[in-house]
Design a protein around this ligand. Structure first.
Ligand code: SUD
Ligand code: ADP
Length: 297
């Protein structure tokens, strides 16, 4: 095998609770993660020349060792003393610094793809152990699906698959630093914790409405006051019939869950008309039972 092409999926957080802070600054979390059909195309090719040659369609992204996909490749090349090199092509569609784990998912794809290309025979668990050294969300991006994530986000338990629904993604034109959001949370008292157990019950019952009604993200309390546009997008989605709408991860992306695809399309049009966001995608949950089509931009 000389090359491999992969889809690096984005994630949303259906629930995100923070339980405490560790001495190293990282936080203990309890999150429900869900992968969606919004993805970057990742192409990995073996090269006879040693080194890592990274290309991407986004001119503002680094292509050196500060790109997390580069770091993932470097980690495996060094550990396994591989004399050949790799050419990595990242065709990015997932908005950057958005709370959708775009970078983490690219790193996960590189670990997964190089394991195949160089026949390293690492198990999924062994890949995830390496992934967490690159970022807290990387192990989840290797596992994918509907997952309870604890610890710093690396302790993973598969949950029953999400019921089928349409997902609307809207990324307002502001960038958020995950580190700053967690730091700002430390100065606040968390008054309301989301009902993560209720969310899990909703998934066990296969009830989309229960899942939607239990959605909650404590990081909204930090990011929304900084960027009120997030609330405006949530309101627009709800006015168009979303079962619920919430910020993903540290933000600023908002996602809405819809039973009716036409309602999601209407919300997409209104968010664009009102210039609340340009990056607005109608897409699907990844991993539900039954076949679904992909993202419509
Ligand atoms: C908030 C979440 C929710 O899924 O996602 P995003 O909004 O980034 O997509 C994650 O917890 C983000 O995970 P990830 O983005 O991989 O984090 P890392 O690169 O490891 O860490 C970036 C910074 O976030 C903070 N951090 C991250 C994870 C965690 N459990 N506690 C933290 O305090 C640390 O300050 C760290 O320096
Ligand atoms: N392959 C990559 N894709 C996206 N961003 C990357 C990548 N490598 C490094 N970065 C940097 O990581 C930061 C977080 O990006 P991203 O992973 O998209 O955010 P988030 O974790 O909020 O979804 C950005 O500021 C970006 O410059």
């Amino acid at each position: 095998m000389r090359q491999i092409e992969l889809k690096a999926l984005a994630k949303i957080n259906l629930g995100l609770d923070v339980l405490g802070k560790r001495e190293n600054g990282y936080h203990d979390v309890r999150m429900i993660m869900q992968s969606i059909y919004l993805y970057d195309d990742v192409k990995i090719e073996k090269t006879e020349e040693s080194g890592i040659f990274l290309e991407t369609n986004l001119h503002f992204l680094p292509t050196d060792s500060s790109n997390i996909a580069y770091k993932a490749a470097q980690m495996l090349l060094e550990e396994f003393d591989i004399s050949q090199g790799v050419k990595i092509g990242l065709n990015k569609h997932i908005p950057v610094a958005a709370g959708l784990a775009g970078g983490s998912s690219n790193a996960a794809a590189v670990l997964f793809g190089m394991n195949r290309l160089f026949a390293l025979h690492l198990t999924q668990e062994e890949l995830m152990e390496r992934g967490v050294k690159l970022g807290a969300d990387v192990p989840y991006c290797i596992m994918r699906g509907t997952v309870l994530a604890e610890g710093i986000g690396e302790q993973l338990h598969k949950l029953p698959a999400m019921p089928k629904c349409t997902v609307l993604i809207a990324k307002p034109p502001v960038s958020v630093s995950t580190k700053m959001v967690y730091e700002a949370l430390d100065a606040k008292e968390i008054l309301v914790h989301p009902d993560i157990d209720g969310l899990i019950q909703g998934l066990e019952q296969g009830s989309l409405r229960r899942v939607a009604s239990c959605m909650g993200n404590v990081l909204e309390d930090v990011t929304i006051p900084m960027y009120p546009v997030i609330d405006k997008i949530k309101e627009e989605m709800q006015a168009c019939g979303a079962l619920n709408a919430m910020m993903s991860g540290s933000g600023p992306t908002v996602f809405g869950l819809f039973e009716n695809r036409a309602d999601a399309r209407k919300a997409q049009a209104r968010i664009r008309e009102k210039a609340l966001a340009k990056q607005v995608f109608v897409t699907n949950i990844h991993g539900v039972r039954g076949k679904q089509d992909g993202t419509e931009i």
